[in-house]
Ligand binder design. Structure first.
Ligand code: CA
Length: 234
């Protein structure tokens, strides 16, 4: 039995299969969400949290392999269980090379899918990330310690949360709306906290970047914030 409900995204364009998987996983106690193409899947991933993703290779538009690649490029570590066509060894190899954690050949027994899901979820649990890195910045999530070039930086709880968010979204631009929603848990759009965010960001930047020649925390005018490693040429 599952104690905490795990969220599974199912990416499959064949409606019948998608429906069957969704219903079957729900019956097993999972929260299952179907997406019928890659674009939809990327949208769900950007806006919601999932513990695991079942990804069909054969999709209209971008293939499952391309979608897996895109997800890994964004540094998203979500476990991916890929569904491949029968006898297509090539798909399996390409899939595993491009970020899939496991694969299952169609047609498959539902019991086998459940077994693979359990294995992947367990593996992730033991591999839980305890440290986040960017350039010479290091965050230990267990010890709650932040270091830059080995030197400890004292942060307030909120500053720590903001920096953790930036580190977890290090290849994206983080908007004030994202910070308001995900860090401040501010759900009302009628109480703008942009000023509060800016003040925290200014303090955080001072603590992180003061005394260093390269500035890691950057402001993208009119959009938000991001981490930038100027020692890496893009
Ligand atoms: Ca398909």
């Amino acid at each position: 039995m599952i104690t905490e409900q795990k969220r599974i995204l199912i990416v499959e364009d064949e409606v019948k299969i998608a429906k069957a998987l969704t219903e079957g996983l729900k019956a097993e106690g999972y929260i299952a969400v179907p997406a019928f193409n890659g674009e939809e899947a990327l949208f769900y991933l950007a806006n919601d949290f999932f513990d695991l993703m079942i990804l069909d290779v054969m999709l209209p538009g971008r293939s499952g392999i391309e979608i897996a690649q895109l997800i890994r490029e964004k540094n998203n570590k979500i476990p991916i269980l890929m569904l491949t066509a029968r006898d297509s060894i090539e798909d399996r190899v390409i899939g595993l090379d491009n970020g899939a954690d496991d694969y299952l050949t169609k047609p498959f027994a539902f019991a086998e899918l459940l077994a693979r899901i359990r294995v992947l979820l367990k593996r992730i649990k033991t591999e839980n990330i305890v440290k986040l890195f960017f350039s010479n910045l290091e965050m230990d999530l267990l010890a709650r310690v932040v270091k830059r070039s080995g030197k400890i930086i004292e942060l307030t709880l909120r500053e720590f949360e903001v920096l953790e968010y930036l580190l977890r979204h290090q290849n994206e631009v983080v908007s004030r709306e994202m910070l308001a929603r995900d860090v401040w848990k501010e759900t009302s759009r009628f109480s703008p906290i942009d000023n509060v965010i800016d003040v925290h960001m200014a303090r955080l930047r001072k603590k992180i970047d003061h005394g260093f020649s390269d500035q890691l925390i950057t402001t993208i005018r009119g959009v938000g914030f991001g981490l930038k490693d100027s020692s890496v040429k893009s």
